[in-house]
Design a protein around this ligand. Structure first.
Ligand code: NAG
Ligand code: NAG
Length: 195
């Protein structure tokens, strides 16, 4: 099946014990593979990390061919959060972007935008005095077709909750349509924890 999706997963992986439910995500699918994202932006508030562990939290975009995820990864392995953008993981193999340590309970402003021309998407991450900008040559992945959906239900309906495994709340989902492009705005998504 072809789909284009936004993924906001919270993966809690323990190297000692790998449970079936160690992988949580919400997914919004656009109505058809010809509807393509042009921009994905958000403010992500980092959770408080209790101790070092294999914790990853990432908002990201998947392509129609399911070849990988263009994402910003919040990584808790060192016990201190690190965040940076990248394409995971091959096809093409690209160097990871720059990053920084945002700290606990901090707001990180993230914008991923397909450049108006040329091969790149641009990721900009800002938090306090930290700011990084990186370009990734991924325009050909998802966006070689026209973004002209006028459908909005994919935005305003509840997202897919993988295995119904997560407790979460969502508020203020609204869609506006202009010039054949749908803008989906969601005021807040709180990923509360495993069910
Ligand atoms: C695309 O990104 C690469 C890597 O940052 C950069 O070297 C190149 O100039 C960019 N191309 C355009 C057209 O912006
Ligand atoms: C999107 O573009 C395609 C190809 O031009 C067209 O067939 C389709 O009707 C358009 N859809 C909308 C919702 O504008």
């Amino acid at each position: 099946m072809k789909f284009l999706s936004v993924l906001i997963p919270l993966a809690l992986l323990s190297s000692q014990t790998v449970h079936a439910a160690n992988w949580y995500f919400l997914r919004w699918n656009t109505p058809s593979s010809s509807a393509q994202f042009q921009k994905f932006s958000m403010q992500m508030v980092t959770p408080t990390i209790q101790k070092a562990g294999v914790y990853y939290l990432w908002p990201g975009l998947q392509d129609t061919g399911n070849t990988g995820v263009y994402q910003e990864v919040l990584d808790g392995r060192s016990g201190t959060w690190w965040i940076g953008p990248g394409w995971c993981c091959s096809n093409p193999s690209l160097p990871w972007g720059d990053g920084f340590n945002p700290g606990n309970g901090k707001a990180v402003d993230i914008t991923m935008t397909r450049d108006a021309s040329g091969p790149n998407w641009t990721s900009i991450l800002t938090s306090g005095s930290n700011s990084v900008t990186n370009k990734f040559p991924l325009s050909y992945k998802n966006f070689n077709q026209v973004m002209n959906t006028t459908q909005t239900a994919w935005c305003t309906n509840a997202p897919e909750n993988y295995n119904n495994a997560m407790r979460y709340t969502i508020s203020g989902a609204k869609a506006t349509v202009s010039g054949g492009t749908t803008t989906c705005q969601i005021d807040q998504v709180v990923m509360e924890g495993p069910r």
